[in-house]
Design a protein around this ligand. Structure first.
Ligand SMILES: [Ca+2]
Ligand SMILES: [Ca+2]
Ligand SMILES: [Ca+2]
Length: 652
């Protein structure tokens, strides 16, 4: 059976629809918004709502209100290992903190009323809690491992990682509470609060597990301080609604935003869908792409960095560029941005995720900065963008993207022309072997860990494809090399996935010199979870990173690639954790509709992972969130052949 209940974007929307119709699909979690609470939430109410005695006595009512939501959970699946039990629930992710019990959770996403903040959140079992298991130990999270090439992870813990001493809540249960706040993020000026809801809790004293098939969550909100800077006022409000409605658990709250929204004056300039940012010297090379997008029905405009530098405010080129994109979003309604140049032409912004003692270890070139347009991403104004307290009011930075973005990592008109030619060829001509998929996997240095294990959760999605593999399994030494990889790539697969170690100059066991042997007749889409092949901020080096070379190679190689700009991450026993989870979500998004844009699939898959993003410790999920980068046209569509099935509901 296809795993369509793992929390895909469309899936959530279906559930919301199912609930409103009174139908709940078996085998998945379900959401119930408390009608009474939401009705009561229609106006600001006192914490003791309706307490006339208090009002009569002149008591000042705290202007709080509550939002209530119920979450139903399918029965847990218990997998016993030698000394422990792994618990999973359809539709839930797993909370991983080193040395703490690995427990399933579901991310609750609550659209806050306009101008409100979270004051507190509470949860209680909505149905009888069951004893699930006795005298067993839960699987404990291991230290996450990076994918550095040919370097076995150092003994001990990486910098920033520390053993998690579980704090026990009432009754000696872990997690401490049944719900915990994760973060608050903003989508086009609307605040969405994320919480982790734990249906299973564990009593370390006697090894008992308790399962709550339903959890009722109550969020109390209060008026927030006026934001330091005005909220984004997007030109296309319908786009915002179409994105938020399937994403949150209480889409009815959009009504309040609709009511509070001021009617904007008619825009002076026509709307634009697709913005190309490049330089004066590269701009002519993108004309063919602009023409192609225009024929596809998009309104396209091009901005040059030379012009942006003189017309937009900002402390540096990256901030000026972001202000240009914000302006194009709010005034002209852009949906896609192509950053049409390598870092020397179109700047990058470094985001900060503390990792090691050297400052350079903690900096990731992060194009997400140009797609998540709420707030400044650097509230304290220092030289570190993207810190976990760099958002509005000291909270997290904005991690909900308003637009879809990709980068063409080109330096010369010839490279830009090669990129455009492959992009158009992919768009105009059906791949001659649409179902051809190549999976490349290498052994990992940590014990018996195998990159190939990362593909196993994906295989149900590839039922209708002709899958070929190069895989070291079950061996723990390389069983294939560059010659084999070139041979398979030259069979012209349409989709190539690589799971294993990489480096700036090595990917799929190929080095830059090997690329001269490529002769694939149709360009492919590449997704790699290995370290560093997308290290595009490398203009001090030549050639570029191997991922960039694959995308800009004339006529052959990839038309688009999704790559790590720095490390990828995995777990020694569950290799598909961390980077692999983002990859799985990406494919779920591709499968959610018949044709999905690559930029859209990247954005949605990130958003699906948002409940995992950490605010402390080693932060592998945040690392992935910042570092996974699309090199290619964000509007390029891609379709995976699949079994006939009922059409999924389109969230946009
Ligand atoms: Ca945002
Ligand atoms: Ca900062
Ligand atoms: Ca570069």
């Amino acid at each position: 059976m296809r795993s369509r209940t793992r929390g895909g974007h469309g899936c959530r929307q279906n559930e919301a629809v199912a609930h409103r119709a009174g139908l709940l699909r078996p085998g998945s979690f379900a959401v119930r918004c408390c009608a009474a609470a939401l009705a009561c939430a229609g106006a600001a109410v006192a914490s003791a709502a309706g307490n006339d005695a208090d009002r009569a006595a002149g008591a000042v009512a705290a202007p709080t209100r509550t939002l209530s939501t119920s979450y139903d959970f399918a029965a847990p699946h218990l997998e016993r290992r030698a000394r422990s039990v792994t618990i999973s629930i359809p539709g839930c992710d797993t909370r991983l903190r080193t040395d703490a019990p690995a427990v399933p959770f579901r991310t609750a996403r609550i659209l806050l009323p306009p101008g409100c903040r979270v004051e507190r959140v509470e949860a209680r079992p909505g149905a009888e809690t069951r004893l699930l298991q006795e005298s067993w130990k839960p699987d404990r999270s291991r230290t996450p491992l990076p994918h550095p090439h040919a370097a076995a992870p150092a003994a001990g813990r990486p910098a920033g990682d520390s053993a998690h001493t579980p704090e026990l809540g009432s009754g000696g249960l872990y997690p401490f509470q049944q719900v915990e706040p994760a973060s608050v993020h903003r989508l086009a000026g609307c605040d969405i609060a994320l919480f982790r809801v734990f249906p299973v809790r564990y009593a370390p004293a006697d090894g008992r597990f308790f399962f709550s098939p339903r959890v009722d969550v109550t969020v109390t909100v209060a008026p927030a301080a006026q934001p330091a800077e005005p909220r984004l006022a997007p030109r296309r409000w319908e786009d915002v609604e179409n994105r938020i409605a399937p994403f949150v658990d209480n889409p009815d709250m959009l009504e309040e935003y609709r009511a509070a929204r001021q009617e904007l004056a008619p825009p002076a300039r026509p709307a634009v869908d697709y913005l190309i940012v490049t330089t004066e010297s590269l701009a002519p090379s993108y004309q063919a792409l602009a023409d192609r997008k225009t024929r596809a029905g998009l309104a396209v405009t091009t901005e040059t960095m030379e012009s942006i530098m003189t017309r937009f405010p900002g402390r540096d080129a990256a901030e000026k560029l972001r202000n240009c994109i914000r302006h194009a979003y709010t005034e002209r309604g852009i949906r896609y941005v192509l950053l049409g140049g390598d870092v020397a032409a179109v700047p990058c912004r470094y985001a900060h995720v503390p990792r090691g003692p050297a400052a350079r270890d903690s900096r990731l070139p992060c194009d997400l900065y140009f797609a998540c347009l709420d707030g400044s991403w650097n509230r304290d104004g220092d030289d570190r963008w993207g810190e976990t307290t760099d958002g509005e009011g000291g909270g997290d930075v904005d991690l909900l993207a308003e637009i879809d973005i990709g980068r063409a990592p080109v330096d010369t008109p010839a490279e830009a022309a090669a990129f455009v030619e492959k992009t158009i060829r992919h768009e105009d001509r059906e791949h001659r072997d649409a179902g051809a998929v190549l999976l490349l996997a290498s052994c990992l240095e940590q014990g018996t860990a195998q990159g190939g294990a990362m593909f196993d959760p994906l295989l149900p999605h590839l039922d209708e494809c002709a899958v070929r593999r190069l895989d070291d399994r079950p061996h723990t030494s390389p069983q294939w090399g560059a010659i084999d990889a070139i041979r398979e790539l030259n069979r012209s697969p349409r989709l190539v996935l690589y799971s294993g170690h990489g480096d700036r100059e090595e990917l799929m066991r190929l080095s830059a010199g090997d690329l001269e042997s490529l002769s694939n007749r149709d360009p492919f889409l590449l997704y790699s979870v290995g370290c560093n092949p997308g290290q595009f901020d490398n203009d001090a080096f030549s050639p570029d990173s191997i991922g960039e070379e694959l995308v800009k190679h004339p006529r052959v190689g990839a038309f688009a690639a999704i790559l790590n700009v720095r490390w990828g991450w995995y777990d020694a026993r569950q290799e598909w954790k961390y980077s692999g989870e983002f990859q799985i979500k990406f494919f779920e998004q591709l499968l959610a509709e018949s044709r999905v844009d690559l930029g859209t699939a990247c954005r949605r898959s990130r958003h699906e992972m948002l409940g995992q993003v950490e605010a402390g410790g080693i932060m592998p999920y945040r690392w992935c969130y910042y570092g996974i980068t699309l090199f290619g046209d964000p509007h390029a569509a891609f379709e995976i052949p699949r079994l006939a099935q009922e059409p999924a509901t389109s969230p946009e």
